[in-house]
Write a protein that binds this ligand. Structure first.
Ligand code: S3P
Length: 172
């Protein structure tokens, strides 16, 4: 089965993704890491050197090629991926989308220490961060909420999510 993990930066995709993939016995891929490996640079450097437009194009292209080449996987996607190039509809057409939902305050608290490596956040101070996250989340929620499965809360449990998937979605 093909599973796409979506959610804002800091929602825990990279933490829960590998655990969930293990519980479902499918390979785990991380779209940002694949981009970094392929391009030989960090996402932050890519944004600096080539810009966000080039990043979104590459992100959309790789999302499609990874999805079409592999039969079974859990793919963690960058926080902006569902918003560009019809990516959300593409993911819904090709597998099970899971949104890790979290409120802006919790996201801002989790993101504050790791701002430097995040190109969209590094210019913000603590006061600005929560407002920025709240505004962005409002813009992105209509896309995120198209997910087939929405998991809310601060510490989702991979085994519980795996059971839900096995009971309800395994045939897809
Ligand atoms: C982005 C999120 C990042 C990365 C890039 C842009 C975004 O991924 O793709 O910095 O637009 O929200 P994570 O959500 O994995 O941090």
């Amino acid at each position: 089965m093909k599973i796409f993990l979506i959610g804002y930066m800091g929602s825990g995709k990279s933490t829960i993704g590998p655990k969930l993939a293990r519980a479902l016995d499918i390979p785990f891929f991380d779209l940002d890491k694949i981009i970094e490996e392929q391009e030989g640079m960090t996402i932050a450097s890519f944004f600096e050197q080539k810009g966000e437009t080039a990043f979104r194009q590459l992100e959309a292209d790789l999302l499609r090629s990874i999805t079409l080449v592999n039969d079974s996987f859990l793919l963690s996607t960058g926080g902006g991926a569902p918003v560009f190039y019809n990516n959300m509809d593409f993911m819904n057409e090709h597998g099970l989308t899971i949104y890790l939902e979290m409120n802006p305050k919790s996201l801002a608290q989790r993101l504050a220490p790791a701002r430097a490596g995040r190109p969209l956040l590094k210019h913000l101070n603590n006061g600005e961060l929560e407002d920025f996250v709240a505004v962005k989340l409002k813009e992105r929620e209509p896309f995120y909420k198209k997910a087939r499965l929405i998991i809310s809360g601060l510490s989702p449990n991979a085994n519980n999510i795996a059971s839900t998937i096995k009971e309800n979605y395994q045939s897809k």
